[in-house]
Design a protein around this ligand. Structure first.
Ligand code: SF4
Length: 374
């Protein structure tokens, strides 16, 4: 389950950690700044392109650090507005990174903004019953460098789409940590990665435009509340009572609503930001008017925004999407109480619950090919 790469990814180093590391090897502090500038401002992907570094030092860096911790495999564009990038890691594991061109998610406005959704684990241990990413359990955590490098890959793919124009990360409106994996289950790596994404010397992307989505790991939500990073929080609720939530989210057995809700309040109090409640609507599971009323009460109590996401079918799973009418009636209960609510066609934690399917299909094809050639 644990992958120990022979070299650590340079994209997982902070300015401080790299400065300290280089100091141990007799290099002056300004070298770390030069490297960060090459990686994040000039965005080179080869050591030999860092032309203001001495040749011997570049050779040493290449021996110590991996500069391409993810490799691009393919892009899949759906007929709607998402581009899924399939990326391969050093141990051949596959992850998905998604670009959503419209509508915006996580903040509650309908417009044509660009959002990037990143993954934090290969697979997921949380076992949400509706999700493709969790179907085969957790394979391993991503390193901070693998998390950050997904954003570099997105920029490179955008460059390829619009030749001559360099895609700046700043041209994206939001980053959502809602892809494969439970980010708070890989806490240290995600905090380190987001620190790099946010830092001036790093990708310089504003923390207020970053949303982390969790299935509800209560102690980690409390820990996150004390981090200086001012990111936004989204909770994958998907059930407004323990009874319903437990049916589809095993995490609720460990941390039921009576523990989750105070933890969200604690985050709210420390950060003063509106939390988003994600709620995937699944036919005959959580789409009753009773659930809508209970969700309304929770949202009022938390001053939260609600994202309703009619379920997107996952191959091999029995769940269905409710009719448009039923979804609208559910949303009306919240609208009538003036709860800020967005009813989306799809997209939520694990992006549309179908997130992970491209990876699963590709892995199955690879296994079949390996079996044939064996
Ligand atoms: S919905 Fe999120 S937390 Fe649940 S299994 Fe899927 S990736 Fe994991």
């Amino acid at each position: 389950m644990k992958f120990t790469p022979t070299k650590s990814a340079i994209y997982g180093e902070t300015l401080d950690s790299l400065t300290a590391l280089l100091k141990e090897h007799g290099q002056p502090a300004f070298r770390a700044k030069q490297i960060m500038e090459w990686l994040y401002k000039k965005r080179v992907s080869k050591w030999e392109e860092m032309t203001n570094l001495p040749l011997a030092f570049r050779t040493w860096l290449a021996e110590q650090f991996e500069i391409t911790p993810t490799n691009f495999v393919l892009t899949k564009q759906s007929e709607d507005v998402t581009d899924k990038l399939l990326l391969e890691l050093g141990d051949k594991s596959l992850i998905e990174t998604v670009i959503i061109r419209a509508p915006q998610i996580g903040v509650g406005q309908e417009d044509s903004r660009k959002t990037i959704c990143i993954s934090t684990q290969v697979g997921c241990a949380m076992g949400c019953k509706f999700c493709a990413s969790g179907l085969e359990g957790l394979k391993r955590n991503l390193s901070a460098g693998e998390i950050v490098h997904q954003l570099i890959q997105v920029c490179l793919q955008e460059d390829a789409r619009t030749p001559r124009a360099r895609a700046e990360l700043a041209s994206f409106d939001n980053i959502v940590v809602m892809g494969m994996g439970e980010p708070l289950h890989n806490y240290d790596a995600i905090i380190r990665a987001l620190t790099i994404v946010n830092a001036e010397w790093g990708l310089g992307f504003g923390a207020r435009r970053i949303t982390l989505s969790t299935s509800g790991l209560v102690p980690k939500i409390k820990q996150l509340a004390n981090e200086p990073l001012g990111i936004r929080l989204a909770i994958s609720l998907h059930g407004a009572t323990d009874e319903v939530r437990e049916q589809i989210m095993p995490v609720n057995k460990k941390w039921p609503l009576a523990e989750l809700i105070p933890a969200i309040k604690e985050f709210n109090e420390k950060h003063g930001r509106m939390v988003t409640l994600e709620f995937i609507l699944i036919e005959n599971i959580n789409d009753s008017l009773d659930q809508a009323q209970k969700l309304r009460d929770i949202a009022i109590d938390l001053h939260a925004h609600v994202n309703l996401i009619p379920y997107n079918t996952v191959e091999g799973l029995p769940w269905k999407r409710p009719s448009n009418n039923r979804s609208e009636r559910f949303a009306d209960v919240l609208r009538d109480a003036r709860v800020p609510v967005t009813l989306r066609r799809e997209k939520g934690h694990a992006i549309d619950a179908a997130c992970g399917q491209l990876r699963l299909k590709t892995e199955k094809t690879r296994q079949a090919e390996a079996a044939t050639s064996a």
